[in-house]
Design a protein around this ligand. Structure first.
Ligand code: CP3
Length: 347
């Protein structure tokens, strides 16, 4: 049993009272405690040493008092386990030395046994669960196939996804082979996390907004459908995140997630009202608001609360991750404001 079950109830659309709060990238560079650990280890070491990843996972639990923890890892570990030569460079983000652009490149990638190649994640989950001691739920996650594919194809972060789009448009069969492989590994990986004890899982399709509606349906959505349908999800809510969900939400709902995580372009209430009532929403404050003065932060939070008042199935979060230079004090202030909020009883 989880003592603070606000997040679980909201994810299953059965909550009352204030919304639960957690934030994407809540364990990261905006915290001086994160930098203290990073002085000793590089990012991939932090991810791969279970004790250290567990320490980082716990930072926002202890310092922010959020209602759900998210395991400290990265979406690209699946691609690395498949044979991608991954490294992280300060200021440049992730890089793959061996870009995947041809059928032969795709065929070289393997479908690993996740229990072996990603066993550090399983070990970290078990340590975190011990430390949480049933206080709040732990969220696991994986990247969506399209977003993971974009890193493998581009070899790095990109603004225009030119090579990824060239692949899907000129060689759709090769793209589908790659997406199918990533999908298989992602299913195994998320089911491993669930078996290890995570209470919920989130699928990050961070860059799907680069796609047209048709391409989203063919090269992203159908694989997310396959993943969600293949999860051992009894009592495990599935959150589908995509930057672009303000456009794609009606399609995302067809994959039958429990929660859709919404970017800040949309009016969250409008998105919610267009979804089947048993699908909750998560979001959707513009993270840049957290740079602003506290009175602005409070005013914008209350604007969102008022829009969502009386609606079960609302998890407070940002529309995307916390930026590294957002003042810690402002993040903490926003969490406190959500926790102090006392809505009228939900009818
Ligand atoms: O939310 C959390 O606190 C959990 C940890 C988490 C990280 N990455 C840690 C991280 C999660 C959920 C992710 C997912 C992730 N990784 C996504 C999807 C979420 C999103 O933001 O859309 C993506 C696209 C990645 C790939 C990735 N990893 C990028 C583009 C970068 C560089 C970002 C940058 O601003 O430089 C990373 C590195 C990364 N992942 C860091 C952290 C804390 C920074 C590493 C460092 O300390 O330098």
């Amino acid at each position: 049993m989880i003592q603070n079950d606000l997040f679980m109830k909201a994810a299953f659309s059965t909550n009352t009272g204030r919304p639960p709060v957690w934030m994407m990238r809540q364990a990261g560079r905006f915290m001086k405690e994160y930098w203290a650990i990073k002085e000793k280890y590089n990012f991939l070491e932090m991810v791969k040493i279970p004790e250290i990843a567990a320490d980082v996972t716990m930072l926002p639990v202890d310092l922010l008092g959020i209602d759900a923890a998210i395991m400290f890892c990265d979406i690209l570990v699946t691609a690395e386990a498949m044979g991608g030569e991954l490294s992280f460079h300060p200021g440049k983000g992730p890089q793959f030395a061996n870009q995947v652009r041809t059928l032969a490149d795709v065929e070289r990638l393997t479908i690993p046994d996740v229990n072996q190649s990603l066993d550090y994640v399983e070990k970290m989950i078990k340590i975190v669960l011990q430390r949480l001691n049933g206080k709040i739920p732990l969220i696991g996650f994986a990247g969506a196939p399209f977003t993971v594919m974009s890193y493998l194809v581009e070899g790095q972060s990109t603004k225009d996804f030119k090579n990824t789009k060239l692949l899907i448009h000129n060689s759709p069969e090769t793209a589908h082979k790659l997406l199918a492989k990533i999908t298989q590994v992602t299913i195994d990986y998320l089911n491993m996390q669930i078996a290890a004890g995570v209470h919920a899982v989130q699928i990050f399709d961070s860059w799907a907004a680069a796609l047209s509606w048709d391409d989203y349906e063919e090269f992203s959505h159908r694989y997310i459908c396959e993943i969600i349908a293949s999860l051992n999800r009894t009592n495990i809510p599935v959150i589908s995140f995509c930057k672009g969900s303000s456009v794609f939400a009606p399609l995302m709902a067809k994959a039958l997630p429990n929660v859709i995580s919404v970017d800040w372009n949309a009016d969250l209430r409008n998105v919610k009202d267009q979804l089947p009532p048993d699908i909750a929403v998560q979001g959707n404050l513009d993270p840049f608001i957290l740079y602003a003065e506290k009175k602005v932060i409070k005013e914008r939070l209350y604007r969102l609360f008022e829009r969502m008042e009386g609606v079960p199935g609302f998890i407070f979060n940002l529309g995307h991750g916390i930026m590294p230079d957002i003042p810690f004090d402002n993040v903490r202030y926003a969490v406190d404001i959500v926790k102090e909020y006392c809505p009228q009883a939900i009818s």
